[in-house]
Design a protein around this ligand. Sequence first.
Ligand code: NIG
Ligand code: FE
Length: 425
Amino acid sequence: MPEPATPSYLLLGPFAQLIPMAGLALKGPLRDADMPVLTNAGLLLQGAEIVATGPYDILEQQARELRADHFRPDGDAVCLPGLIDSHTHSCFAGSRARDYALRNSGSTYLEIAEAGGGIWDTVTQTRKADPTTLERLLRERCKRFTADGITTLEVKSGYGLSVEAELKMLRVIRSAAARVVQDLVPTCLAAHMVPRDFEGSAEAYLKHIENDLLPVVRTEGLADRVDAFVERSAFSPQQIGPFFEAARRMGFGITVHADQFTTGGSAAAIAGGALSADHLEASGPAEVAALANSSVIATALPGASLGLGCGYTPARALLDAGGSLAIASDFNPGSAPMGDLLAQAAILGAAEKLSNAEVLAGITFRAAAALGLNDRGRLEAGKKADLVVFPCDHYNEILYHQGRLKPVSVWKNGRCVLDLSKTAS
Ligand code: NIG
Ligand code: FE
């Protein structure tokens, strides 16, 4: 048997700035002045891993000795960890443009849901779609996310809401995962709402998922996380408690759609030992304090605020209370149809007065923590070589352009997956 080839070395740089996000705390406020910035810097990779970051001149010498290949950016460039979108519903069929119009004409999200539209509408369309079509739609969306610099993408089920249709979604996500740039992190959201065709109570539906769906998800290795929508139109905190307990016993990590319109979900997330509590637009001082004192990562979803035309998650208050804050797009056909993480994170930053360090942390290492991943989100030796490069000379430019400044190159596991510079050598 021939020896497996040693992965080759690759030097990237020089970058006007390299923003490693290293050494920054997982919780609490972050000041731009404390964010490490390496100027005239480079990165040395071996295969899919980062070997070193540092002054370009020094790395260049090392690279020569190692006979490394070389990627030189075209003009000024700023390099950051690949972006992580830790909450999306990217697997779906159909459009909910009508809901959007109805809301803008005065109906509320909950009214539309209670009248039989909303999530149920997408469930109907997603159930009808064959797996090939669903996978094609998901893969097309992932291509767009690559152009946005996203290298890790969480994707929920939750538009199936029957054993068979939830499994269809999760199998589609797994099949797509082998063919897209991003690492897809699948989450089972069978507890999105009680399906309209289920004959029985909310409690009976949750038991049904626990007994008839989650064991198959485990055996097939389709997801190791579960999510639930804790809300007036879906499940109460009391109903969801035993479900989370059972899911945890089966080895699932927990994440929660919490405090979107009414409170109660964030307390259920804390009680359930969740990795993250997402939404939190309705969280008040008591919820903010409790989250900050827990290990749950609070996740703001500004795309849902923009899509619904409502207030933002109290991100400033959460950070000032000592909490951790991730920012995700919530991309879905109902409440968050835009799906542009960087634009939304920048807009949240302006609205909530977040430092650039806090916004960038929210879409890199703090988002990684929300997914329970510690192999990415910072550029340092031993981490995954997932990187995004912007055509500018200072990191301030990135959020300032509110999503209009797109990456010039993107790297996933040490491989160039997008290059608009054309000077790779
Ligand atoms: O995160 N809030 C519940 N779930 C999604 C919306 C899903 C939908 O409306 O299709 C959300 O906003
Ligand atoms: Fe969501």
